[in-house]
Design a protein around this ligand. Structure first.
Ligand code: FEC
Length: 280
């Protein structure tokens, strides 16, 4: 019998016309103001019009499907854009398991995917050795072109403090950053954790934000490793490659960012093995 796998990701607008509906969905049905919408459109324009996230998640899905082989049907389901998680579930029959293309669990992030899927889901996978090795190699590769005195900042999407009370997200982020730093051979003084992409809402979000963290460092360069994400998308291409790079220029320090996993065959192959074990 065929097992169904729903590969879940954040989602991105398929065209410029869909940006407003997408933003409204992220805001739980409250339409953004003209200013908020204009600001988001400007960020997409700055990275070339739209985000490459749609193509990348398709490529990630294809890698997983070919690694899983016969016996599995693998469908994409997005949190905030069609095809939604619920559409993917409706297209599958029989047993279904879920996988989110983000490595760390938070009730306010993966927990929402799990609840909407309504089927057993791998809650986090940052302990996957192939993922850790990919990140450590990405750090080492990027450091080759940077000065001796470089600080590595491991970042993930911020969440509101309210959501993080009694949540394992910060611990998982610290555990994986420690493991990557150890494998990359970094001194403890050469790296730190930071947060990024906090939402534009009035409540307090977990910090320090990467832009603030950079300003407080006594260093010649910053290398950001966005360990909380798997793909090149808006939060990486704008918040890091444009906004954080600009902050580094203002501070007079060098800046670089590690390569993303995207559809890396080794990492996606190892994730497929985890799906296979989980679905047994
Ligand atoms: O490339 C793209 O087009 C999409 C990039 C994208 C990713 C992503 C990942 C995460 N988010 C997480 C949490 C929140 C919370 C809010 C929120 C808001 C936005 C907005 C945009 C956006 N997010 Fe996102 N996120 C991406 C894009 N995110 C655009 C709306 C404008 C803004 O605030 O910048 C606040 C919602 C609210 O108003 O209540 C919370 C988390 C992740 C990482 C895990 C995952 O990938 O699911 C957590 C990619």
């Amino acid at each position: 019998m065929t097992s169904g796998v729903v590969v879940m990701a954040y989602g991105t607008p398929a065209s410029a016309d869909e940006v407003e509906a997408y933003y409204t969905h992220i805001r739980h049905g409250r339409p953004p103001t003209a200013e908020q919408l204009g600001d988001l459109r400007a960020r997409y324009d700055a990275i070339g019009g739209l985000s490459p996230l749609r193509e990348i998640t398709r490529a990630q899905r294809d890698r997983l499907a070919s690694a899983l082989g016969d016996g599995y049907r693998v469908e994409l389901g997005y949190k905030h854009a069609p095809p939604f998680i619920e559409d993917a579930v409706a297209s599958l029959a029989g047993d279904i398991v879920g996988l989110v293309l983000a490595p760390h669990y938070s009730r306010g992030s993966i927990g929402e995917y799990v609840e909407r899927l309504g089927h057993p889901t791998i809650e986090s996978w940052h302990d996957l050795p192939e993922w850790r090795t990919f990140q450590a190699q990405a750090v080492r590769t990027a450091l080759k072109d940077l000065p001796e005195r470089t600080t590595v900042l491991f970042t993930a999407h911020s969440l509101p403090e309210r959501v993080l009370a009694d949540d394992r997200y910060p611990d998982e982020l610290e555990a994986s950053a420690t493991a990557i730093a150890d494998e990359a051979g970094l001194d403890r003084a050469a790296w730190a954790l930071a947060w990024q992409s906090a939402g534009r809402t009035p409540e307090p979000w977990r910090g320090p934000d990467v832009l603030e963290a950079m300003a407080g460092l006594d260093t010649e360069a910053v290398l950001v490793c966005p360990q909380g994400f798997t793909a090149d998308h808006l939060e990486v291409l704008y918040d890091l490659d444009i906004a954080a790079k600009q902050r580094a220029d203002e501070l007079g320090i060098a800046f670089a960012r590690t390569a993303m996993v995207n559809d890396d065959a080794k990492v996606l192959g190892a994730l497929a093995d985890r799906v296979r074990t989980f679905s047994r």
